[in-house]
Design a protein around this ligand. Structure first.
Ligand SMILES: *Cc1c(COP(=O)(O)O)cnc(C)c1O
Length: 335
């Protein structure tokens, strides 16, 4: 009963090497669900790549990746005295903190602990509006977290100029490849460290694939009741039980912006179907996404097939389109 991620490890690693080559100073970002691969696996891959620093989202993740990576670990979440469960005086000298508030800068000043100072960008998530006098701070440079839209090169340039930053290191998010090259050209004596997660680990979708196992197959007739909710089957056909449920992140979708790219009519139609108890599943049988019979269960899902189709057999594997940043797999193969 497994949801499996199959990785073509050679091809995936070739992609990782290309990203490293195109992004000198790369800092791989390893956080959350480990982009579907898992935190420890990615930490081991970062060691293989030979980078000197990785970034994690939160302090707790340092302990998870530490056995697999011996270099510096940059914690992206800013340290703040009112949020920090841990104290400044912790022992790992290879942790690089992010400071994004004057009170945090004040506490770190005069200590031996290493940090980067985050400056406010148009993201407005964190970051200082005024670059502090980093004189007594053991600072490894400045940090910029840039939005995915807009011109990150221009914005970085403007921020560095506004703060009079002409040397040292700038840790950047969401500036990579040609944009990184262009920015490096215009800020010659600043050393850039691009922090990359998605484009690194998930940048070549052809190199990995998720599959589910068919666990059971039942003939059903129109009007039969099925599942926890005892929905009526709308047609004669088959009820297919597949591995993969809410505990694997199945059925979680990114919130969609109605004002954005998706036409309102389509959202309305999908909403109406969902209201009627139907939604399209990420499970593919014979090349087509299949309807859920009801919302996914903890570890399995129920999907329906029309009577004219040939049902899969128990033990068959079917492809699943999972969202890698919310997926948890039972198995990862290929390594
Ligand atoms: C998550 C995160 C990244 C990496 O983002 P990707 O889109 O996965 O490359 C970089 N910087 C910060 C501050 C982050 O929180």
């Amino acid at each position: 009963m497994a949801l499996t991620l199959d990785v073509d490890a050679d091809a995936w690693r070739a992609h990782l090497a290309r990203v490293l080559e195109r992004n000198p100073g790369l800092v791989p970002v390893i956080k959350g669900n480990g982009y579907g691969f898992g935190l420890t696996r990615l930490a081991a891959e970062a060691s293989r790549l030979g980078v000197d620093t990785i970034a994690v989202g939160v302090r707790r993740e340092v302990d998870v990746v530490r056995p697999y990576f011996s270099g510096d670990i940059h914690v992206l979440e800013p340290w703040h005295p009112r949020l920090a469960g841990d104290q400044v005086g912790e022992s790992d000298p290879k942790i690089v903190r992010t400071l994004a508030h004057p009170e945090a800068v004040a506490i770190f000043s005069g200590t031996n602990y290493r940090a980067v100072v985050e400056l406010r960008t148009s993201m407005r998530r964190h970051g200082l509006l005024q670059a502090p006098h980093a004189g007594r701070l053991r600072s490894l440079g400045w940090s910029l977290h840039l939005p995915l839209v807009g011109d990150p090169v221009e914005e970085s340039r403007e921020i560095l100029k506004a703060h009079g930053i002409t040397e040292g290191t700038v840790w950047l998010s969401h500036v990579q490849g040609d944009k990184l090259k262009a920015l490096q050209k215009s800020v010659r004596s600043v050393k850039l460290r691009p922090r990359i997660g998605t484009a690194l680990w998930l940048g070549d979708r052809k190199t990995f694939r998720a599959r589910a196992t068919v666990l059971d197959v039942h003939d059903v007739s129109r009007g039969d009741r099925v599942g926890y909710r005892q929905n009526h089957m709308l047609r004669n056909g088959y009820l297919i039980v597949v591995s993969g449920g809410t505990s694997h992140g199945i059925g979680l979708e990114a919130p969609k912006s109605v004002a954005g790219a998706i036409p309102r009519g389509k959202v309305f139609a999908a909403g109406a179907l969902a209201a009627g108890g139907l939604s399209l599943s990420p499970f593919t049988i014979d090349g087509k996404h299949r309807w859920f019979a009801e919302p996914p269960h903890m570890q399995v899902s129920l999907v329906v097939l029309h009577e004219d189709e040939t049902p899969p057999a128990i033990g068959d594997e079917v492809p699943v389109d999972v969202r890698m940043t919310t997926a948890t797999f039972d198995r990862v193969t290929g390594f």
